[in-house]
Ligand binder design. Sequence first.
Ligand SMILES: Cc1ncc(COP(=O)(O)O)c(C=O)c1O
Length: 360
Amino acid sequence: MLLDNQTEQESAAKAEGHTDLFAKCHTDGGYFGKMRVMGDDEYTRPVLPPNPNRHMQFKGKEHIMWSVNNYLGLANHPDVLKVAHDTIDEFGVSSPMGSRMMSGNTDYHLSFERELAEHAEKEASFLFNYGYMGVIGTIQSLVGKDDTVVMDKLDHACIVDGAFQAQALNGAQLRIFKHNNMDNLEQVLKRVNRDRTGGVMIVTEGVYGMTGDLAPLADIAVLARKYDARIFIDDAHGWGTMGPEGKGTAAHFGVQDEIDIYFGTFAKSFASIGGFSASDKAVTDWIAYNARTQVFAKSLPMVYVQTLRKTFELVKAGEDRRTKMWARSNELKNGLKELGFYVGPGESMICSVFVPLGED
Ligand SMILES: Cc1ncc(COP(=O)(O)O)c(C=O)c1O
C-alpha cells in the first residue's frame, strides 16, 4: 500500500514513469511493514533497559524478560567483568586495529582459537566477529562454482544468506530438503549426485532456534558419507548447552567426529558476541583466507577475546548451570502445557510456543 507522504523527487520519478528507489520506504511493505508504519514500539524495536536481568521495566511497568539469550546465566558474571576491566586497562577498547589478515592478528586470538578447536575436537578453528557473519563467510568461502549447498528448510537466515552469497559470488547451486526429513534429504542428495561435478555441503542447525528440535545428526552423517557430502553444523544454540562440557549437539549424539565443520556462536550460552568455525587445519586456513565477512572486517577486539576465554572456562565447568537450565526449561514447558499452550515437542532447552495465525 502506498502512503501519501512522498518526497518531491519521488513524485518527479513517478511523473517520469519510473519508480524512485526510496518510494518503497513510504509504503507498508518490507519486513514488519505494518508495524513500522504504525510506529509500533511494543512488538518491533521496543526500547528496553540494556541489562539482561530476569525482570525489566517497560513503559513504566515491571515485566518478566523472556527474550534474552543467556542460557547459562553467565551475562555479567563477576569473573568475566574483572577480566573485561583488566583487559581494557591493558589494551584499551580499540585494539587490535585492522583485519586478521593485516594488522589485527595476535597471540591471544590464536590461543583462543586453539582452545576452541581442542574443545570442538577439531584440528583448528577460526574466529568471527558475529555468528551471522561467520556462517555466511564459512559457506561463501567453501562452496564454489561447481559445488552445491543442501539446506534444511528451517535453517537460520545466516545459512540462507551464506548460500545466496555462494550462489551470487561463486555460481554455486542451492537445494533445500524438508525440515529434519531424512527421506527427503536422501532424495535431494541422489538428485544432486546424478549430474554432479563438484562438492556438496549439507548445512543444518544443531538445535533449531525457532522450533527447539534437534537435527538428527547421526542420520545426516550416514547420508553424507553415503553420498560423499560434507557436513557443516551451525550449533548456535547447542554450543555450551548440549553434550558433555557443553560441547554441543553433535557431541550430545556422540557424532562430533562425523561433523566436517562445527560452528558455534558466543551470542547465546556465552551471552557475548562472536563465533567460530572448527575443522581440519587446511579447511580452517582456507576459511581464514577466503571468508569475506572476516577478511574484510576488523578483528575481534581484545576485550571480547579475553572475556570470552574466561566465559569459556565457566561454560566448560558449567555442569551445574546446565542442570539448572534444563530444570527451568522443563518447569516452563510443563507449566505452559498445563495452562493449555501448545508447546513444541523439541528435545532441547528451547521452549517454543506455537500460536495460531490470526485472520489478518
Ligand atoms: C542458528 C543461528 N545461527 C546464527 C545466529 C547468528 O548468531 P549471532 O547473533 O552470533 O550473529 C543465530 C542468532 O539468532 C542463530 O539462531
